[in-house]
Design a protein around this ligand. Structure first.
Ligand code: GTP
Ligand code: MG
Length: 345
């Protein structure tokens, strides 16, 4: 690890894909939670955010990720809904992303919101990899809980292997129809030119070590410059949700994608009528590996640096809007920041 480790910005990884293809379950497996089970009809209806520390990544990835090779603090995962009615939320999630995981059910293949997600990633120029999920549903599959994909692939019957291959080649063909040259990830030399496909199962964890290794490698190698920004400057974020919290009134669940926010900072937030200018009363941070959307216990902290999910408590937030920008004023002209926020509404 380099000496600059502390100042690298955490990469934001958006998880996108068609409804029910397994986005939330994949994140549940990585963070050791059961968020999907608590959702009505297993339908995600909001954007979520979870900070997964490097330690968790390296534990899950086993020999595929050596934590001493990385100076990234971890990954901030953004969960998005796949149901067709939530296109605004998918676009919002895509806009926040440094890198994305497109989840595709290997049996179901490309579906309308898979293509919609690709359009978002193309429009925002976001590099992505494909998680070919649910490999465990291949008939005759012999699951190897948590193992790297090559190991589990070799443990399958010829028949199961060829059925999986057929589905994987279909996904690669679909990507090619969309204008992307793609291949199984271990055959990809240059991830900036070719899309890597990682076969995996969100239920058995097979292939998840590979997914994490590819995500970490990509972030470190290709995005190091973008991550090595000064994150001590005034924070910038996007409101995920406005929520009532006991003792705080209306609060903001925010993804902070740049800079730092501190207790006492003056912030400008987009509101239903006009930008709201207020002062941060408390910063509440979800525990590592917790989904901000469902978290009940928050740690009160003095400051938070990007990228992170954070709950902001401040007066006068009743009219704040989901999707609106949040800007810390610190050291700048307050009116200029208000104008900036107004322009983005
Ligand atoms: P939306 O957020 O509504 O778009 O759905 P999602 O993509 O988050 O899907 P979710 O994780 O809620 O999973 C949908 C269903 O598929 C659940 O019943 C999961 O248990 C199941 N599922 C997800 N991944 C796998 C997998 O790898 N294998 C198997 N067998 N089932 C899976
Ligand atoms: Mg979901």
């Amino acid at each position: 690890a380099g000496a600059t480790g502390e100042s690298l910005r955490t990469p934001i990884v958006a998880v996108l894909g068609h409804v029910d293809h397994g986005k939330t379950t994949l994140l549940d497996k990585i963070r050791g939670s059961a968020v999907s089970e608590g959702e009505a009809g297993a339908i995600t209806q909001h954007i979520g955010a979870t900070a997964v520390p490097l330690e968790t990544v390296s534990n899950m990835a086993g020999s595929l990720v050596d934590p001493t090779d990385f100076d990234l603090p971890g990954l901030l995962f953004i969960d998005t809904p796949g149901h067709h009615s939530f296109s605004t939320l998918r676009a919002r999630g895509g806009a926040l992303a440094d890198i994305a995981v497109l989840v595709v059910d290997v049996n179901d293949g490309f579906q309308p919101q898979t293509v919609e997600a690709i359009d978002i990633l193309r429009r925002t120029g976001t590099p992505f990899i494909v998680a070919a999920n649910k490999v465990d549903t291949t008939p005759g599959w012999n699951a190897q809980e948590g193992s790297p994909i090559k190991q589990t692939y070799e443990a399958q019957s010829d028949r199961a292997r060829s059925m999986l291959d057929e589905n994987l080649y279909e996904v690669i063909g679909n990507l090619s129809d969309e204008g992307f040259s793609a291949d199984l990830y271990w055959r990809v030399q240059n991830f900036q030119k070719n899309i890597g496909v990682v076969p995996l199962s969100a239920i058995t964890g097979e292939g998840i070590p590979d997914l994490l290794a590819v995500l970490m490698g990509l972030s470190q190698r290709y995005m190091k410059e973008e991550m090595a920004v000064d994150i001590s400057g005034p924070g910038k974020g996007t409101v995920l949700e406005v929520k009532e919290e006991k003792g705080f009134g209306a609060t903001l669940d925010v993804v902070l994608y740049d800079g730092t926010v501190r207790e006492g900072d003056t912030v400008v937030v987009g509101g239903t009528n006009e930008p709201i200018v207020t002062e941060v009363r408390a910063l509440l941070q979800p525990r590592p590996n917790a989904e901000i959307r469902t978290e009940k216990r928050f740690d009160k902290v003095d400051s938070v640096a990007a990228a992170a999910g954070v709950k902001i408590a401040a007066p006068d937030l009743d009219e704040a809007m989901a999707g609106a920008p949040v800007r810390v004023v610190r050291g700048r002209e307050r009116d200029a920041v208000v104008e900036e926020v107004r322009k983005e509404l």
